[in-house]
Structure formats: C-alpha cells, structure tokens
Design a protein around this ligand. Structure first.
Ligand SMILES: Cc1cc2nc3c(=O)[nH]c(=O)nc-3n(C[C@H](O)[C@H](O)[C@H](O)COP(=O)(O)OP(=O)(O)OC[C@H]3O[C@@H](n4cnc5c(N)ncnc54)[C@H](O)[C@@H]3O)c2cc1C
Length: 225
C-alpha cells in the first residue's frame, strides 16, 4: 500500500486534519478498553458524514486496504484495533441525533452518538434509551450495536438488539445503504456481516424509570427523579 497516496485520497474526502498518519497520533488509537492488547493502525480516518463514510470505504476497498471501525474505543474485546496495514475508520464525528420522535418512542441517530446523550435528549419527553453499559458516558451507539452492549436496565428491558429497529449500513463496494430491516434483530444481523459499517440507527426509546437514569449517576440518588 502506498500510504502517502492513500492519505492524500482520503484527505480529499474528509479534509487533511481528519486523516492521521503520524506515529504519535496513531498511538492514541493503538488500544481500546482491553489494556493487554496494542495494535497500531497504518492510518486513521475520521469521516464527518454518512456520504464521507461511503466514499472512504469505497477508496479503501478499491485499494484493497483492510479496515476496522472504531467508536469511542471502550470495547473490552480488542475489536476496534487494526494493525498496519489496516486503516481505522473512526466514527466519533458522526455524533448527531438526527430525529427524536416521542410519539412513536423512536430516535434516529448517527453511530457516533454517545449512549448517555440519547437518554439525556429523550428525558424531557419522559423517555430513556434503556441499554446502559457502565461505559455509557463514553461509548457510542455504533459500538453498542456491534457489541450488543447491555447494562442493569437490560435485565428488565433487553439488550441493544432489542432496541434497534433499523440500521443504515455502508458497504465497501459502495452500493447504496438504506434501512435493511425493521425487525428488531436487524442489528445483530447487520453487525455480524463483516466489513459493513453502520452509518445510522433507528433506536427504540422507553418510558423513563422513575428513579434510575442514568444508571451510573443517579441510581440510589434522591437528587434526580
Ligand atoms: C469501564 C467500562 C465499562 C464497561 N461496561 C460495559 C457494560 O456494562 N456492558 C457492556 O456490554 N459493555 C461494557 N463495556 C464495553 C464497551 O463499553 C462496550 O462494548 C461498548 O459497546 C463499546 O462501544 P465503543 O463506542 O467504545 O466501541 P469501540 O470499542 O470503539 O468498538 C467496539 C466494536 O464495535 C465496532 N464498531 C464501532 N463502531 C462501529 C460502527 N459504527 N459500525 C460497525 N462497527 C462498529 C468496532 O469495530 C469494534 O469491533 C465497558 C467498557 C469499559 C471500559
């Protein structure tokens, strides 16, 4: 792989400041929540929109460069690590809640939305996003979907796969994305297909628990209802 050529092409898509190739910059991405494993990628690219994700994946695919998606990097399985010559596609810039529909208890989010911020946004409507890994103030919905993350609320309400209604996925061969299914199990199916990267998720919200949201902050606290 010609790294300089690839970096230049990707810079043309996402902007030069969102392509990292320097050793010191890459060190940040060489580990995730699993401290015993380190793998330094050849390059890190941070797309800022769904369209950029598609173009980045198409470029990597055309050049036959292996790649790995990364959310917040809190995973405990080393899943967000890519060793050179792999590229790391980091989705944290896609952090927008695109739609919040309290009547249908549904939210449309980009994959880089931080888990707890969805419940925070839904709280004024008396709703919450139930899957609550203890890392919820850092981890992203994209990472939650890939890992089928859960937490204490999941004992009652189910895990991530029970709360994702549809996924829009980007394919490396740049075929159009689009919701793949309205079945609740679609998250698991989409994520088990390797080399697909989720660009957008339709999430189910639930009525907020009386006493315990967010789990990590307010459980047992009288300050917040
Ligand atoms: C202190 C701590 C507490 C934790 N507590 C829990 C817990 O209670 N319950 C629990 O289930 N987990 C827990 N975890 C593990 C971790 O937070 C979860 O697995 C979380 O879902 C990872 O999200 P992330 O955004 O950090 O993903 P990352 O670590 O960045 O990535 C995880 C996996 O998802 C893939 N991925 C990320 N984004 C996308 C995307 N957009 N499209 C496709 N694939 C993608 C990556 O390739 C990788 O395989 C904890 C971790 C820590 C450090």
């Amino acid at each position: 792989m010609e790294l300089a050529d690839l970096a230049e092409e990707l810079s043309g898509i996402v902007g030069a400041r969102f392509v990292r190739t320097e050793r010191a910059e890459l060190a940040t991405f060489a580990s995730d929540g699993l401290p015993t494993l380190r793998r330094t990628p050849a390059l890190v690219v941070l797309p800022g929109s769904a369209a950029e994700v598609s173009r980045v994946l198409a470029a990597l695919h055309r050049r036959r460069v292996p790649f790995v998606a990364r959310g917040a990097g809190t995973g405990l399985s080393g899943g967000a690590l890519g060793e050179a010559p792999a590229a790391l596609v980091t989705l944290t810039r896609l952090g927008r809640i695109l739609e919040l529909d309290p009547d249908n208890r549904r939210a449309v989010v980009e994959p880089g939305v931080v888990n707890a911020s969805l419940s925070r946004a839904a709280a004024p409507f008396g709703l919450m996003y139930a899957p609550d890994p203890s890392s919820q103030t850092a981890c992203t919905i994209g990472g939650n979907v890939a890992e089928n993350a859960g937490g204490p609320h999941c004992l009652k309400y189910g895990v991530t796969t029970n709360h994702v209604l549809e996924l829009e996925v980007a394919l490396p061969a740049a075929r159009p994305g689009g919701p793949i299914s309205s079945a609740p199990s679609s998250a698991a199916r989409a994520c088990s297909a390797s080399r697909r990267r989720s660009r957008c998720a339709w999430c189910r919200c639930r009525p907020r628990c009386a006493r315990c949201w967010p789990t990590t902050r307010a459980c047992g606290s009288r300050a917040k209802p």
